[in-house]
Design a protein around this ligand. Structure first.
Ligand SMILES: COc1cc(O)cc(C/C=C(\C)CC/C=C(\C)CC/C=C(\C)CC/C=C(\C)CC/C=C(\C)CC/C=C(\C)CC/C=C(\C)CC/C=C(\C)CC/C=C(\C)CCC=C(C)C)c1O
Ligand SMILES: C[S@@+](CC[C@H](N)C(=O)[O-])C[C@H]1O[C@@H](n2cnc3c(N)ncnc32)[C@H](O)[C@@H]1O
Length: 343
């Protein structure tokens, strides 16, 4: 079912007009309701060894995770025609603006909620996997800094007789302002990290922050190293989710916490229909108009539909060895935050 409204919406975007028209032509090719399309494609897909999913497409594992090559174009028969690496390489520069546009800023609230749930204590060592452009890391630094400042103020009030020099010293050391907390952003894609580093520089984040190029399935860290492991909108893109979960378990200290923010299953039938319409008819058009990239946003919506439900993902986290696994659905289940502990 095509949505004529989606053509009208974008018609005012001068530069995006021809792209939007192309988008609308492509939309016109859709003859079925996205849900039917989804079930038809899912039914027709056979599970074969060493194959995985790229959006709705079954591809070899190398094709999904591999870096691919810009010089050697992928076969045109593929729906998206690009690997996960190429998706994020392509969207990196427009990633943040796209998220604000697609969600009308709601992704910021979800990320804030992740931090409130985490409620990091002073000295927390956080590993943010698939950390991309640093949204979780920056929120973490803000959070621990404001917690530490509040604690310092309380202490200073209790020690009324400190000299001005002593008070100034308390505020001077940048590392100290985090109370010993630290975050490592790990991502497989150097373009996403590059944008993240530029943002950090521009927004004045320096202390307590490190950027590491690495694969969630094979983390470049020792065992029992971190207090908290986060992954936001990242695990859906990983080829072997079970392997990534095992790695999360390995690098966490005993008592450490796993937190995952990811798209999930909508639990209200009306919202689900609207969300399907919005996802399939609007998001790829936004991708084309704003980022000049239809395929990556087609991949996004398809990968969302493929991701396990809240309960299924909870089971996977338990299978990786985590305990006390719980989840909270947000915005009618559009996303969920899963939590688990390494005991
Ligand atoms: C390549 O991979 C990626 C690339 C990335 O940039 C990001 C990621 C990872 C993703 C994130 C970090 C978050 C990105 C956020 C989203 C994908 C969006 C999540 C969606 C929402 C929060 C809104 C959900 C929408 C609904 C529940 C349905 C309400 C929708 C409607 C009323 C519109 C229904 C649509 C139609 C009838 C089709 C035709 C309509 C039009 C042409 C009008 C279009 C309307 C708009 C553009 C307004 C947008 C409206 C909203 C955002 C709704 C907000 C309201 C509520 C939440 C209730 C990544 O992996
Ligand atoms: C949708 S972005 C999420 C970025 C950030 N966490 C956020 O919430 O905005 C997904 C990220 O996952 C990364 N990614 C995909 N596969 C990965 C893997 N196997 N290991 C590490 N990062 C991966 C991508 O490079 C991309 O930066």
């Amino acid at each position: 079912m095509a949505a004529p409204g989606s053509c009208a919406l974008w018609s005012y975007c001068g530069r995006g007009w021809s792209r939007a028209m192309r988008g609308c032509q492509l939309l016109g090719l859709r003859s079925s309701w996205p849900g039917d399309l989804l079930s038809a494609r899912l039914l027709s897909q056979e599970k074969r060894a060493a194959e995985t999913h790229f959006g709705f497409e079954t591809v070899s594992e190398e094709e999904k995770g591999g870096k691919g090559s810009s010089d050697s174009p992928a076969p045109t028969t593929r729906v998206a025609g690009i690997t996960v690496y190429q998706v994020f390489e392509s969207v990196a520069k427009k990633y943040d603006v796209m998220n604000d546009m697609m969600s009308l800023g709601i992704h910021r609230v979800w990320k804030d909620l992740l931090l409130w749930k985490m409620h990091p204590l002073p000295g927390t060592q956080l590993l943010d996997v698939a950390g991309g452009t640093g949204d979780i890391a920056f929120r973490f630094l803000n959070y621990v800094q404001s917690q530490h400042q509040r604690k310092q103020k309380r202490q200073l009030r209790a020690q009324q007789n400190l000299s001005w020099e002593e008070i100034a010293k308390e505020y001077q050391n940048e590392e100290d302002s985090l109370g010993g907390s630290r975050v490592v952003v790990c991502d497989i894609n150097k373009e996403m990290l590059k944008v993240g580093k530029q943002k950090a520089l521009a927004q004045g984040y320096r202390a307590g922050l490190a950027w590491v190029l690495g694969d969630a399935e094979e983390l470049p860290f020792d065992d029992d190293k971190f207090d908290i492991y986060t992954i936001a909108f990242g695990i859906r893109n990983v080829t072997h989710i079970d392997q990534a979960l095992q790695e999360a378990h390995r690098v966490l200290k005993p008592g450490g916490r796993f937190l995952c923010l990811e798209f999930s299953q909508v639990n209200n039938p009306l919202i689900s229909r609207l969300y399907d319409l919005y996802s399939f008819q609007v998001i790829p058009v936004l991708g084309e108009v704003i980022a000049g990239d239809w395929k990556s946003y087609q991949y996004l919506v398809e990968s969302i539909r493929r991701f396990p439900s809240q309960e299924e993902f909870k089971d996977m986290i338990e299978d990786a060895g985590f305990h006390k696994v719980t989840y909270e659905s947000l915005t009618s289940g559009i996303v969920a935050i899963h939590s688990g502990f390494k005991l």
